[in-house]
Design a protein around this ligand. Sequence first.
Ligand SMILES: [Zn+2]
Length: 372
Amino acid sequence: MLQWLQRVKRKIKEQHSSIIYPHEGSPPPSQDTFAAIGELSRVVRNNPDAVEIYLALGNLYRSQGELERAIQLRTNLIARPHLEPQFKARAWFELGLDYKRAGILDRAQAALEQAHAITGDDPALIKEMARLAADSNNFQIASDYYELLGQPLPQAHYLVRASTQDEEKSRDSKAGYKLLEKALKVYPGSVEAWLEIVSRDYQQENWTNLRFDLKSALKNVHVDLRFALLEGLFQFVSTGPLSRDNEAGPSECSSIVVNIVAELEPDMLLCYYCAIFLKQCGKLDECLEWLEKTLVLGQDFWPARLEMLELSLDDQVMTQSFRTQLMFFLRRARHVKRFVCQRCGLKREQLFFNCPRCYSWHSISFRTQLGE
Ligand SMILES: [Zn+2]
C-alpha cells in the first residue's frame, strides 16, 4: 500500500516537471496515469493526504487543458459518501474553476455556490465568484462581491461597468448616474467612474459640467493615472457620435483640457495630451507649443517627438525614395504599444484598468521610454 502511494506521488512529480519544463506539446497521460487514477478513486476515503493528491491530480489535468478528466475526478470525489465537508468544499471549488476554464460559466457558478454553501464567505472563494460574475457580465453582482472582500477599487470599477451596461442607448438616465455616484463614493479615485462622467458631459455638450468634472477628476485620480483619464476622453472624442454631428465639440473640449492643465503643476504626459487634443481639432500652432513644453519636461519622450516629426513633414523637401522610407518608419512607430502593466510588463495599445494577464488593478502606465 505504502509502495503504491509512493509510486503515485512519483508519478505526480514526473507530471509536474513536464509542466515546468514542457516538451513539445503536452504529453498524453500514460496508461500508468489512468491506472493510478483508477486506483486512487478506489482507495481515497477520508485519508487527508490521499484526498490532497486526488485534488492535485485534478489541478494537474486542468493545467494541461484536460478538462474532462479534471471534471470527472472532482465529480467522483464529490459523490464519495462520508467525505469530510472541507474536502467536499475544495472539490466543488476546483470543479468550479474547471468549468470556468472550459467556458461553461453557469455550471462554474453552480459549483462555486455549492462550495459557498459549505464554507461561507471564504475570501479565496468570494474572489473567484467575483471574477466569474464579472466574466458573465453580472457587473452589479461582481461589485457586491468586491464590497464583501473590502476592495473598493474593483467594487467601483464594476459599478461603472453596470452603469454603462444599462445605458447603452442613452447616457443620461438617472439610474446610471446613481451607480457612478456610488462608485465615486466608495472609491473617489476611480478613474473609470470619472472617465464615464466626463464622457457623458462631452456627449451632452455640457461644457460647464465638463470643465467642472474634468477639474475634479484630475484632482481626485491618482497622479500616475491622470493620463488614462485624458487618453480615455481623447478616444471618446475621436470616435464619439458628436464628432460627426457637431464639429465644434472637439474644439470646445480641447480648450477645456488645455485651460485646466495650464493651471496644474507642469506634467509631461498632461502636456502631451493637450498637444494631441489640439492637433485633433486642427490647432497646429498651439499643438506645437505644447509638444515643445512636453519635451522640455522629458526630452526622451518619444510620442512627442513622433508628433513633431509628423507636423514638420510638409515643410521638408525630400526625394520620393526618402519619403517612402521615412513614412514606413513613421507607420511602424504608430503601432508601438504605448501602455504597459507595471506589475507584469504586459504591453497594450488600449487602456486597461485590470491587467488582462496578472489581474492587477490600476497597474497601467505610459511607456515614456522606448526601451521600457
Ligand atoms: Zn499585469
